[in-house]
Write a protein that binds this ligand. Structure first.
Ligand code: FAD
Ligand code: UDP
Length: 396
C-alpha cells in the first residue's frame, strides 16, 4: 500500500489537516495522515463531556484572525458562531478587564489617580495604542514607571513564573507582548477583524477538512511504528517499503531527528475539568489568576459555545514542566522561547535543509508560537511552495 501515497503526513492538527486537504483536492495526491492520538484536531480537539457540554480537551481555543484568506479557506468547512473573547483577571480581590486597559485602571485606582495615569498613557503613546509591558517599563515618565511596576507585579510576574518557570524578561518579548497594555477602553482580548468559533465545534471542522476521498486517516498510530526517516541518508520507509513521496511532519522536530542535537525545551499543562450544577460559574469564558493559586486560569466553556444547559463545565489550567518520560506531563504544549530554546532549534532547522522531501510544519515542528490562524496560513504557504516543488519534479 505504501507506494500508493504521494504524501505521508504526521499529525492531524491544523497544520497536517490543511496540508492533507490541499494536496488531495488541488494536486490529486493520495495522502496518508497518521496521528498517535485517538482523535483528529490536535490540540484544538473538542468533545461533549458526560454532562453534554462541549469542552476543549487541551485548553480553551478561540479563533481570531486578520487573514481573510484563512477565513475564506476554513469557511468551506464550517459555519461560524460570532464570539468576542473577554478575559478578567483577579487582582487585589477584584475582577478587572484583561488586557489591562483604561477600564482596569478605573477599577483599581482612585478616580483622580486613574485620570492622571490615563492622561499620561494617552500623552506618551497615543489613544488606542497597544503597549507591551516590557516597553512600558522602559518609560522615563515617573507616573508611567509606577503604572508599569504595578501591572508588571500584579499581572505578569507571577502568571509568567507559573506558566513558563521564569520571569517575564527571561522569555522572548513577543510572548508577553501578546497581552499588551491598551491605551483605550476596548475590553476584548483580541483586536482581530474576525473573531468566532466553529458553529459545530472544532472536531466537526477537522472531520470536514479531512473528509476527502484521497485522504486516508490512521489514528492511534505513532509515525515511528510505521515509518522511519534516516537522517543520514534522507531515506524514508513506510510500512517496511521505501517511500518515495513527501514526508510532512507536524510533531516535535527534535523527535524527528532522534534528538540528535539534544531535546528542545517545552512546557506542559495539566487540566482539571469540573462540572457544577449551576447555570454559570464565572462572568466570562476565562478568568486569569496571576497571583493566587497554582493554576493560571479557569475557563467556562458555555460562554464560548453559547450552549444552553442548567449545569456548567469548567477547566483549571496548571502549568508544569514537560517530561517526555512521564505520561502525566508528556504533551509539549508550548515551545519555550528563551535563548537556549531558540539556539537549540537552529540546529534542527539547519539539519532540515539537507532534506528536500521532508517538511517540518506547525507549532512543534517549526518551534513557533503559532495561533490557529497562523497555523492555517502557514500550512497554506507550505502548500504553495510544495506545489511548485512538485511541478518541478514531475516524478511526484
Ligand atoms: P498540534 O495541534 O499540536 O497537532 C500536532 C499533531 O501531531 C497532534 O495531534 C499530535 O498528536 C500529532 N503527533 C505529534 N507527534 C506524532 C507522532 N510521532 N506520531 C503521530 N502523531 C504525532 N490558538 C488560537 O488561535 N486561539 C486560542 O485560543 C488558542 N489557545 C490555545 C490554548 C492552549 C492551551 C494551547 C496549547 C494552544 C492554543 N492555541 C490557540 C494554539 C493552537 O493550539 C495551535 O495553533 C494549533 O494547535 C497548531 O496546530 P498544529 O497542527 O501545528 O499542532
Ligand atoms: N500573561 C501574564 N498574565 C496574564 C496573561 C498573560 O503574565 O494574566 C503572559 C504570560 O507570560 C503568557 C503570555 O502573557 O504566557 C501570553 O498570554 P496568552 O493569554 O496569549 O497565552 P496563551 O493563551 O497562549 O497560553
Amino acid at each position: 500500500m505504501s507506494e500508493h501515497y504521494e504524501a505521508l503526513i504526521v499529525g492531524a492538527g491544523f497544520s497536517g489537516a490543511v496540508l492533507a486537504e490541499r494536496l488531495a483536492s488541488q494536486l490529486g495526491w493520495r495522502v496518508l495522515v497518521v496521528d498517535k492520538r485517538e482523535h483528529v484536531g490536535g490540540n484544538c480537539f473538542d468533545e461533549c463531556d458526560e454532562k453534554g457540554i462541549l469542552v476543549h480537551r487541551y485548553g480553551p481555543h478561540i479563533f481570531h484572525t486578520d487573514h481573510q484568506q484563512v477565513v475564506d479557506y476554513l469557511s468551506q468547512f464550517t459555519a461560524w458562531r460570532p464570539y468576542e473573547h473577554r478575559v478578567l483577571a483577579s487582582i487585589d480581590g477584584q475582577l478587572v478587564p484583561l488586557p489591562f486597559n483604561l477600564n482596569s485602571i478605573d477599577k483599581l485606582f482612585t478616580t483622580s489617580k486613574a485620570r492622571v495615569l490615563a492622561d499620561a498613557l494617552v500623552e506618551n503613546f497615543g489613544e488606542g495604542t497597544r503597549v507591551p509591558i516590557l516597553k512600558l517599563r522602559e518609560s522615563s515618565n515617573p507616573l508611567l514607571q509606577e503604572l508599569a511596576g504595578f501591572v508588571y507585579d500584579k499581572v505578569f510576574l507571577n502568571y509568567t513564573t507559573k506558566q513558563w518557570g521564569c520571569r517575564p524578561e527571561d522569555i522572548s518579548p513577543e510572548v508577553t507582548a501578546r497581552v499588551p497594555v491598551i491605551v483605550g477602553r476596548d475590553d476584548r482580548y483580541f483586536a482581530d477583524v474576525f473573531q468566532a468559533v466553529p458553529a459545530e465545534g472544532y472536531t466537526k471542522l477537522f472531520e470536514s477538512i479531512l473528509a476527502h476521498p484521497k485522504i486516508d486517516l490512521r489514528l492511534k498510530t505513532d509515525y515511528a511504528d510505521i515509518s522511519k526517516f534516516n537522517r543520514e541518508t534522507g531515506e524514508i520507509s513506510l510500512m517496511g517499503n521505501t517511500f518515495k513521496g513527501v514526508l510532512i511532519f507536524t510533531g516535535m522536530v527534535d523527535e524527528l531527528f532522534g534528538f540528535c542535537h539534544g531535546e528542545l525545551p517545552y512546557r506542559s499543562l495539566r487540566f482539571d475539568f469540573q462540572h457544577h450544577d449551576q447555570e454559570f460559574f464565572q462572568p466570562t469564558a476565562v478568568v486569569n489568576y496571576p497571583n493566587e493559586h497554582t493554576y493560571t486560569r479557569i475557563t467556562e466553556f458555555k460562554h464560548l459555545s453559547g450552549q444552553k444547559n442548567s449545569g456548567t463545565s469548567i477547566v483549571y489550567e496548571y502549568p508544569q514542566p514537560y517530561d517526555r518520560q512521564n505520561p502525566a506531563a508528556n504533551i509539549p504544549y508550548y515551545p519555550v522561547f528563551d535563548e537556549t530554546g531558540k539556539k537549540a532549534y537552529e540546529h534542527y532547522e539547519a539539519a532540515l535543509q539537507g532534506h528536500a522531501k521532508v517538511f517540518a510544519v506547525g507549532r512543534l515542528a517549526q518551534y513557533r508560537y503559532l495561533d490557529m490562524d497562523d497555523a492555517v496560513a502557514n500550512a497554506l504557504d507550505v502548500f504553495a511552495s510544495l506545489s511548485k516543488f512538485a511541478s518541478k519534479r514531475r516524478c511526484l
